[in-house]
Design a protein around this ligand. Structure first.
Ligand SMILES: CC(C)=CCC/C(C)=C/CC/C(C)=C/COP(=O)(O)O
Length: 296
């Protein structure tokens, strides 16, 4: 509890400041006038300490006769000068960033540098600008709309229960992916790289953000899904993996994403498949869904 004398009546304190230069409000402690910056810092700190009123601290300095005379014995405060108050814990943490903080900042700097270097198709005038139409074709191959419409179309044409089951789960996977990516983009709100041209085919409002890459999540999810549920010859399996990898790379080359957006996107898509596999929908655990579909 602050004492009334400390907070209300400044004069006795001013008087004591003139007789001793070691009080927290005295110019010797932080200086007024020219040393005002340090004094303000000190008063900000004391405002965090319970029981100390920053208004009172300022009052004491301006009331001090030493202050009025314009004499600021900063260095020559003498042996009686009290050592500066220790910083509060949270300030000490700000001044000494953790190892993790430094590592993250370094990773971010490398990410930005590498992404800018790899963004060779970011514009028509970029060094690989002529490849841009091909990259945009790849972009459409991993877009949500063709995948959703394609799955719905195949579902409507499917005449086997096994086929329907797989397609129903692919639809569930695609919707889950859209939801999770939108959620994370909305939470993280990382801006797309500055060199990106926002000329993408149909986007949602969260697609102004770049973390994680929705194309990378879809590429990883869909390719893992296909490899696990379609019987394909080895060359085709290789092609599926290559498509996912090149699609991810093309996001950085087009300037749409930073490398970490795509790397996390791959990780998320891969994990999403595990979720879908775990919650696999079948006529046994979701009979209503399958019955409803078969009646259409
Ligand atoms: C059912 C529903 C909400 C469909 C929306 C489909 C749609 C417009 C998806 C957006 C796909 C897109 C442009 C993602 C952005 O990918 P990035 O790799 O640039 O993050």
């Amino acid at each position: 509890m602050p004492s009334p004398r400390r907070n209300v009546d400044a004069r006795p304190l001013a008087a004591s400041a003139s007789s001793s230069s070691s009080g927290p409000g005295s110019p010797a402690h932080g200086g007024g006038g020219g040393g005002g910056g340090r004094f303000e810092f000190q008063s900000l700190l004391s405002s965090r300490a319970p029981g100390l009123d920053p208004t009172c601290t300022r009052l004491r300095a301006s009331e001090s006769p030493v202050h009025r005379r314009g004499s600021f014995p900063l260095a020559g405060a003498g042996p009686s000068q009290a050592p500066p108050a220790p910083l509060p814990e949270e300030d000490r943490m700000d001044l000494n960033p953790s190892f993790l903080g430094i590592a993250l900042r370094s990773l971010l700097a490398i990410d930005l540098w590498l992404s800018k270097k790899l963004g060779v198709c970011a514009g028509e005038s970029s060094s690989w600008g002529s490849m841009r139409p091909l990259m945009k074709l790849l972009e459409i191959s991993g877009h949500g709309i063709p995948w959703l419409l394609g799955t719905l179309y195949c579902l409507s044409r499917s005449d086997s229960w096994a086929g329907r089951e797989v397609l129903m789960n692919l639809l569930f996977a695609l919707l889950l992916d859209l939801l999770l990516v939108a959620l994370i983009k909305g939470l993280v709100r990382r801006r797309r790289p500055a060199h990106n041209q926002m000329d993408m085919f149909v986007t949602l409002s969260v697609d102004k953000y770049s973390f994680p890459s929705g194309h990378a999540t879809r590429a990883a999810l869909v390719s893992r899904f296909i490899l696990n549920h379609l019987v394909l010859a080895i060359p085709l399996r290789v092609l599926v993996v290559l498509w996912a990898f090149i699609l991810g790379l093309s996001r950085v080359m087009l300037g749409r994403h930073n490398v970490t957006d795509v790397a996390f996107g791959f990780f998320l898509g891969y994990t999403q498949y595990s979720i879908v596999d775990y919650c696999w929908l079948s006529p046994h655990n979701a009979p209503v869904l399958f019955l409803l579909w078969s009646q259409q």
